[in-house]
Design a protein around this ligand. Structure first.
Ligand code: HEC
Length: 124
């Protein structure tokens, strides 16, 4: 009984601490910019992808869990950069099969576009 109470108390403590941190973070970020968009990096498209999990599901020439970059490049063109960038950030499904594409909310739109440009440049 005592143990359960203790665990509960610790849980509450952790919860209230993290809650405070969250509100602090929101307060500071709203001071700097009005939008909560992640900061863009100075890396190139393929470098950004190396820092992310893309290669776990995609490769340049072979279909894995997701379509290969060559397949994607064959299906889309420059005018789809915006659409595909949103897909990388928000995730999506139903275009290549039943498996959904993971969302990457930590990626800025600018970085997502750079990645799409790299993917489209893999066209055979
Ligand atoms: C968990 C596996 C997974 C990860 C991680 C992943 N993808 Fe995907 N991706 C998929 C799948 C599955 C699809 C096909 C989705 C569909 O059918 O709509 C896809 C589709 C795409 C498409 C085409 C979208 C469309 O509508 O045709 C692009 C572009 C893409 N991924 C880029 C990326 C990039 C860039 C990253 C890294 C930031 C990434 N993916 C990480 C699984 C993944």
């Amino acid at each position: 009984m005592k143990k359960i109470f203790l665990a509960g108390a610790i849980g509450l403590l952790i919860f209230s601490c993290s809650k405070k941190e969250n509100t602090a973070a929101v307060a500071t970020s709203s001071e700097t910019t009005s939008v909560s968009e992640p900061a863009p990096s100075n890396l190139s498209g393929d470098q950004i992808m190396e820092t992310l999990d893309c290669s776990g599901c995609h490769s340049v020439s072979e279909r894995m869990i997701g379509p290969s970059y060559q397949e994607i490049a064959g299906k889309y063109s420059e005018k789809d950069i915006d659409l595909l960038a949103s897909k990388i950030i928000e995730g999506g499904s139903g275009v290549w099969g039943g498996v959904p594409m993971a969302a990457h909310p930590q990626v800025s739109k600018k970085d997502a576009k750079k990645m799409v440009e790299y993917i489209l440049s893999q066209k055979k």
